[in-house]
Design a protein around this ligand. Structure first.
Ligand SMILES: [Fe+2]
Length: 127
């Protein structure tokens, strides 16, 4: 099954600069989650952004988590929104989710200078 993107999150005027792929390393959120998951069990999702500045003028402002559940008529489910205060909070969160069915986890990081960056992970739920 193929993941569908939530949309074209990163927009640049004109040609995509080399800087965009360089920036991906420090903006695309890292997501650690177990898969497969046993139906009914909770699983920890660890989300972090590495090597990114954390100053008031340049920081990761929030993390959003969505779940695109297989077979659900209306997707995605908004799972979490975490707003981060620069300097005193690192862009690192852990949440516990209890997926009811297999699906795609979408994690979005917003940098106040460089926009939205998305990571996608597949979670298989087994009986
Ligand atoms: Fe940035």
């Amino acid at each position: 099954m193929e993941s569908r993107s939530l949309g074209r999150l990163i927009r640049c005027e004109g040609e995509v600069p080399q800087e965009l792929s360089d920036k991906a390393r420090t903006h695309v959120p890292r997501v650690e989650v177990q898969s497969p998951v046993k139906k009914g069990e909770a699983v920890t999702v660890r989300i972090f952004v590495t090597e990114h500045p954390n100053r008031p003028d340049h920081h990761i402002e929030f993390l959003d988590v969505y779940y695109e559940e297989d077979g659900r008529q209306f997707n995605p489910i908004h799972v979490a929104h975490v707003r981060l205060t620069p300097e005193i909070v690192e862009p690192y969160v852990e949440i516990r989710i209890r997926p009811r069915a297999s699906g795609w986890l979408h994690v979005v990081a917003y940098c106040n200078m460089h926009g939205l960056w998305e990571a996608v992970r597949r979670i298989e739920v087994r009986d």
